[in-house]
Design a protein around this ligand. Structure first.
Ligand code: T3D
Length: 262
């Protein structure tokens, strides 16, 4: 059986490719486990300083594999959603907790939890033929994979509510206008554009980027004073890094800073 997630490391950039193209890279337990394992290894590997997440074939991901739960619906039954969501949550949390930047290179349709996955990443670059749909309301479900947290933060509560209630298909240009994605590029330039951005990040202050992710996430749950306290804690940590000390010296000596990631 081919791997359901492909891993490639070049110049500090790890590329993870969801690899079930025949079913639009929909999620099975196996795919989610492999993705969670890759993210865990990346977190421990100093050689990786930025991550690209993309899909094989014509889709980013169509969310949960609805065939994998088909039998649960026999005789009026239904799947154990708490159990299914454990796998989804593991992956989304690992992306948010990963101490390095993650770019979603959205190469095609992102639906349901596939859209949640793209929204859990730090940045999104979309191919001009990418499409997005929350999809959950089409099958009578609430948004999962943390979408109720990430989507309003990206597009605002009003647009997020509309996208979730109606589950309309959104094209890449509208996604850009609504700030769901950071950039749109021609489809055949997607991976090189994502690589260019990831390579820039991989040459940056990795430790500070990891702390910045934590600070940005805390920004939506903490009150202002508590955020300022947390900011001081994280700045204290960033201030201890080799990169900070070397970059200040380089600035004072009118030299270009070179970041080691430590
Ligand atoms: O199990 C549970 O219920 C828990 C759920 C948890 C979280 C979720 O993610 S809920 C949301 C699940 N996802 C969806 O509802 C999306 C379903 N897919 C679609 O609506 C459409 O496929 C797309 C809009 C994403 C793309 O449409 P299109 O026309 O480009 O492609 P297609 O022809 O529909 O799909 C191509 C193939 O992929 C097709 O198989 P076939 O006919 O060639 O053998 C299709 O069945 C398969 N496929 C697409 N999405 C899924 C899938 N197979 C399994 N699961 C899917 N989610």
């Amino acid at each position: 059986m081919p791997d359901t997630v492909l891993y490639d490391l070049q110049n500090g950039v790890a590329t993870l490719t969801l690899n079930r193209p025949e079913v639009l890279n929909s999620f099975t337990e196996e795919l989610l486990d492999e993705l969670a394992d890759c993210l865990e290894k990346i977190g421990d590997d100093d050689a990786v300083r930025a991550v690209i997440l993309t899909g094989a074939g014509r889709a980013f991901s169509a969310g949960q594999d609805l065939n994998s739960t088909r039998a649960s619906y026999d005789d009026g039954g239904r799947p154990d959603f708490r159990d299914i969501l454990k796998g989804h949550h593991e992956v989304m949390s690992r992306i948010r907790e990963l101490n390095k930047p993650v770019i979603a290179a959205v190469n095609g349709v992102a639906a349901g939890a596939g859209m949640s996955l793209a929204c859990a990443c730090d940045l999104r670059i979309a191919a001009d033929n990418a499409r997005f749909t929350t999809a959950f309301s089409k099958i009578g479900l609430v948004p999962d994979g943390g979408l109720a947290y990430t989507l309003p933060r990206l597009v605002g509560l009003s647009k997020a509510t509309e996208l979730i209630f109606f589950s309309e298909m959104v094209n890449a240009q509208d996604a850009l206008e609504w700030r769901l994605v950071n950039r749109v590029v021609p489809a055949d330039e997607l991976l090189s554009a994502a690589n260019e951005e990831a390579t820039k990040l991989a040459a940056g202050p990795t430790l500070a980027y990891g702390l910045t992710k934590r600070l940005l996430d805390a920004g939506s749950t903490r009150d202002f004073d508590s955020l300022l306290g947390y900011e001081a804690d994280l700045q204290d940590e960033a201030g201890d890094s080799e990169d900070h000390k070397a970059a200040v010296k380089a600035f004072l000596n009118k030299q270009q800073a070179v970041f080691s990631g430590r």
